[in-house]
Write a protein that binds this ligand. Structure first.
Ligand SMILES: [Zn+2]
Length: 237
């Protein structure tokens, strides 16, 4: 069972978001019973018994219950590493799309070319765009004056949720390596999937409406496009 060991842990019911003091009761001698939520009368977190693969498939279907399970009822702490890995995938995808890079067929060349200046420049741009995108989201949500977004830990949890829910960017690399007629469409669909996943993460973390969650993502995209426009202006000068 995937569980968080802490003093006075506060978990959340994955169905109704109600707080719960425990996920299961231990009756000793290996007898465990999943806690039932007092509010909705459903298991607080059925996913503690599920296989990680099933959880991942449910996450890919953007189910709010899985997001609550991961964010509130587990101690997964890979968002920092995942963020860097996603940025590397993004930079590598963009680098491959540069003129002259597509002719590389030898996998051994990847390491050699990764050392090129262009790759690091694109990584820097991806990092900057990601920061600006997140700033846009936080700005919109701050303007909404949410009760659930007041303390530093609320911001930290939202940041963690956004970084974790951007895992779809990992699919960018296989999509572009296995090049075919629909590669461009695949890249667009991956971007759309990441945006949907981010929207769901905001909704679940802050318990806000779909509308506000969608608006904050729109704010993030607006900030990111403004940065792109400024970049273009600088290149033209
Ligand atoms: Zn409940």
């Amino acid at each position: 069972m995937n569980r968080r060991m802490a003093v006075d842990p506060v978990y959340r019911c994955i169905e109704c978001n109600e707080e719960s003091g425990e996920l299961y009761k231990d009756y000793k001698h290996g007898v465990l019973k999943i806690t039932i939520c007092k509010s909705c009368l459903k298991p607080v977190d059925k996913y503690i018994e599920y296989d990680p693969v099933i959880i991942l498939i449910n996450a890919m279907l953007c189910k709010a219950q899985v997001y609550r399970h991961v964010l509130f009822n587990t101690s997964i702490n890979i968002h920092g590493k995942l963020c860097i890995f996603c940025l590397l995938c993004e930079a590598y995808t963009r680098w491959l799309q540069l003129p002259g890079s597509s002719s590389i067929t030898d996998p051994g060349d990847i390491i050699r070319y990764a050392k090129e200046w262009d790759f690091y420049r694109l990584f820097g741009i991806a990092l900057l765009e990601q920061s600006v995108y997140l700033s846009g989201i936080f700005t919109v949500l701050s303007l909404a004056r949410l009760k659930t977004l007041r303390s530093r830990s609320d911001f930290a949890l939202l940041l963690k949720a956004l970084l974790l829910s951007s895992y779809g960017k990992l699919f960018l690399v296989p999509a572009i390596i296995w090049e075919h007629d629909y590669t461009h469409l695949c890249l667009k669909l991956i971007t759309l999937f990441v945006l949907m996943s981010n929207t769901q993460a905001i909704r679940v973390t802050l318990n806000v409406s779909r509308k506000l969650s969608f608006l904050s993502i729109l704010g993030g995209l607006l900030f990111e496009n403004a940065l792109f426009y400024i970049q273009q202006k600088f290149q033209d000068v």
